[in-house]
Design a protein around this ligand. Structure first.
Ligand SMILES: NC(=O)c1ccc[n+]([C@@H]2O[C@H](COP(=O)([O-])OP(=O)(O)OC[C@H]3O[C@@H](n4cnc5c(N)ncnc54)[C@H](OP(=O)(O)O)[C@@H]3O)[C@@H](O)[C@H]2O)c1
Length: 303
């Protein structure tokens, strides 16, 4: 699998990251097969959060990773979402990381992300927590999720280390950050800038965008592949998949990878065949015509 540099971290990471949000109810053997399938396909970057499965996702993952495997894998986790509130306080960040380290059975986290913007964020307080975690060797790199450019700039203004990542919802069926850039200054709904121009901001500042829910439409409403709600999209994905001799899942993933921002999409599947199909997308380089055809088939308009 080809690699990209994660933001300005200097860290080389695989083009496709493996999401662990849905693994909490898998058996020990299933988790082990899941991790091994990813590793056999060069996908050694795993995405977690303290809240996935109420902490169980990190625990079953940590139980399956032996100490000898640890240095060959990259673990990213997140903090900041609590029941009924968001919390970027110093105490919560420190406590959350300590809990993740314990559940994951490791001494360090490769990348820590702040999960969702906390309206009450004090950037100096976050900086204090990040400094301590880095100095203690508990966290190596930092980033955010679901933030707009000004939120990132505000936080970055107090940090000594670069924010390397912004994890954002993005799939062929969830494209506001592309639509607004195509429909600049138009009166249609696609012209609405919902994210403050985060795509270009991240490109300008060398911050890696990690698309989450790459196969979903809406907010966890379901997968769009083989979904009768999206006949045109499935027809186009199917035709292009036949041409390359791969699955529609691979093409939907390749559509994300084709964007020059060099995004690192995060898979969500727990199915080993689909996991392999997602990873295989790094071998496909869609043409400009194919990319736009898929974009239009998802119901998007061009001005
Ligand atoms: N930062 C954030 O706020 C945030 C939010 C959500 C998620 N995430 C991260 O992003 C990762 C991915 O999110 P996600 O799980 O929503 O990703 P996703 O890949 O869009 O969705 C996965 C779900 O769709 C199903 N699915 C995927 N491909 C399919 C196909 N070809 N046919 C039928 N069903 C298919 C999967 O079922 P099977 O398992 O049966 O394949 C699974 O239930 C998570 O694991 C997590 O690490 C981050």
């Amino acid at each position: 699998m080809y690699k990209i540099e994660l933001g300005k971290s200097g860290l080389q990471v695989p083009a496709v990251a493996v999401g662990c949000m849905r693994i909490s109810n898998m058996s020990e053997k299933e988790v082990s097969d899941f991790i091994n399938t990813a590793l056999e396909n060069d996908a050694n970057f795993f995405d977690h959060a303290d809240i996935y499965g109420g902490g169980k996702s990190e625990k079953v993952f940590g139980d399956a990773v032996s100490p000898s495997m640890r240095e060959n894998i990259l673990i990213q986790t997140k903090c900041g979402i609590r029941q009924g509130r968001f919390d970027f306080s110093y105490e919560h960040i420190i406590n959350s990381v300590n809990g993740s380290l314990e559940r994951l059975g490791t001494d360090y986290i490769d990348i820590l992300l702040l999960h969702r913007p906390d309206a009450l964020m004090e950037p100096e307080e976050v900086a204090k927590a990040f400094d301590e975690l880095k100095a203690a060797g508990k966290v190596r790199h930092f980033g955010v999720s679901n933030q707009n450019p000004y939120q990132m700039q505000l936080l970055q203004s107090c940090l000594d280390m670069p924010l390397c990542v912004n994890q954002l919802q993005f799939s062929v069926m969830h494209t506001p950050m592309i639509q607004s850039g195509i429909n600049v200054n138009m009166y249609n709904d696609s012209a609405t800038n919902r994210d403050g121009g985060i795509l270009d901001f991240c490109r300008l500042n060398k911050i890696t965008i990690q698309p989450w829910s790459p196969m979903q439409y809406g907010f966890f409403e379901g997968c769009f592949i083989d979904n009768e709600k999206f006949p045109e999209l499935n027809k186009t994905l199917g035709d292009i998949a036949d041409k390359y001799g791969v699955s529609k899942t691979t093409i939907a993933f390749a559509w994300i990878l084709r964007h020059p921002a060099k995004m690192q999409p995060v898979t969500g599947t727990t199915n080993l065949t689909r996991l392999t199909d997602c990873i295989k997308a790094n071998e496909i380089n869609l043409t400009r015509e194919e990319w736009y055809e898929i974009y239009r088939s998802a119901g998007n308009i061009l001005p």
